[in-house]
Design a protein around this ligand. Structure first.
Ligand code: COI
Length: 354
């Protein structure tokens, strides 16, 4: 049961939409007219408001700024030919949000606030959903601790917010990936499975070093041997070896349980591939490449959707791929886009009508 809560709505006097150049929508740079804001105080959620997008006034002693109790989600809204708005699998992101909250000792967010708040916000700003291929309205729910106190302890107060950003493709071209074996993203017992803001901050040095070497992103490996692959910067990862799609399993709690990852597993099976979720060693990946059996490598993520990987480098060994010859990942991407843009039957019930 979803308990109703009051959501007050104040509309913007003027829409910024006419100032937006829809031909140039880099990821995450522009924001729609409204945002949702709610406060957790004295053990309950209150002050739930949808209001014009605006800056926050925050104390310099805000706990989140010092100790990083902050989590977020990434979700996308699409529009069909008739202009109806749909959100892709929002309940899966809602579930993961509260898993992240639990790991970070933060309060859970009620379904009504997250789902109904998102629905009302997207409905209000649905003109911001771009209709172009590969474009969508990116939904960013997030929560942070808001005590004004620099003592190290879980906050008593939190803010939950949702903002919306019209966006084009995150990675426009096939990617070059550097297999990371110096820095670590996650170890068992850590926060790797949570969408904690600090996971992304902690990844920036490794990513910047890979970029300086000419790579787009890093592929993280396990903390002990730097052998077992985990995930790529902003995406889960899949390898097609023979007729099997292999993606690292979630057992160790070191990678994100991606909603696009789950969707890719379902669609790859529908395409007739065997899908294995299991530990995968970089040596086995290289052996498969040398034997001509490593056919495709790609990433999956909300922002990234399905991103093809044209080069993978481990130490001095470079694996290159001719993505134009690929048979699986491009089809997977088309199927997913077709479901999202309502050109293909939504047989798994992934599209949630706003
Ligand atoms: C997403 O895919 O939604 C992400 O959160 C990844 C990144 C943009 C932080």
């Amino acid at each position: 049961m979803v308990a109703a809560m009051d959501i007050s709505v104040t509309k913007a006097e003027r829409s910024k939409l006419q100032d937006l150049n829809l031909d140039n929508l880099p990821f995450g740079r522009y924001f729609s007219d409204h945002m949702l804001e709610a406060d957790y105080e004295n053990g309950e959620w209150k002050n739930i408001e949808i209001k014009p997008y605006q800056p926050l006034l925050l104390s310099p002693s805000l706990a989140a700024l010092h100790y990083g109790q902050a989590i977020f989600e990434g979700i996308k809204a699409y529009k069909d030919k008739e202009g109806n708005a749909f959100i892709f699998r929002p309940r899966d992101n809602y579930r993961r949000f509260n898993i992240s909250a639990e790991r970070m000792e933060m309060p859970s967010v009620p379904e009504y606030l997250f789902i109904e708040g998102m629905r009302r916000l997207v409905e209000l700003d649905k003109n911001w959903i771009p209709s172009r291929e590969d474009h969508s309205l990116y939904i960013r729910p997030f929560m942070f601790s808001s005590d004004e106190l620099i003592g190290v302890r879980p906050s008593d107060n939190y803010k939950f917010m949702i903002i919306l950003s019209p966006t084009g493709p995150y990675y426009a071209a096939p990617m070059r990936i550097y297999v990371e074996e110096k820095y670590v993203r996650a170890a068992p017992g850590g926060v790797g499975y949570a969408k904690a803001a600090g996971n992304y901050g902690a990844a920036m040095l490794a990513t910047a070093e890979a970029k300086r070497k000419g790579y787009d992103q890093v592929l993280w490996t396990d903390a002990f041997e730097h052998k077992y692959v985990q995930e790529i910067g902003t995406m889960n990862v899949f390898f097609i070896i023979g007729n099997t799609a292999i993606t690292p399993d979630l057992e160790q709690g070191t990678i994100l349980d991606g909603v696009t990852r789950q969707s890719a597993i379902t669609l790859l099976k529908e395409m007739g591939l065997t899908v294995e979720e299991r530990p995968l060693n970089i040596d086995d990946i290289m052996d498969a490449y040398k034997a001509g059996l490593l056919h495709e490598v790609f990433g999956t993520g909300t922002a990234a959707t399905i991103s093809l990987i044209r080069e993978l480098r481990y130490k001095d060994f470079v694996m290159k791929f001719d993505v134009d010859k690929w048979k699986t990942a491009p089809v997977l991407k088309t199927w997913l886009n077709d479901i999202r843009e309502r050109r293909r039957e939504d047989k798994y019930g992934w599209m949630w009508k706003v």
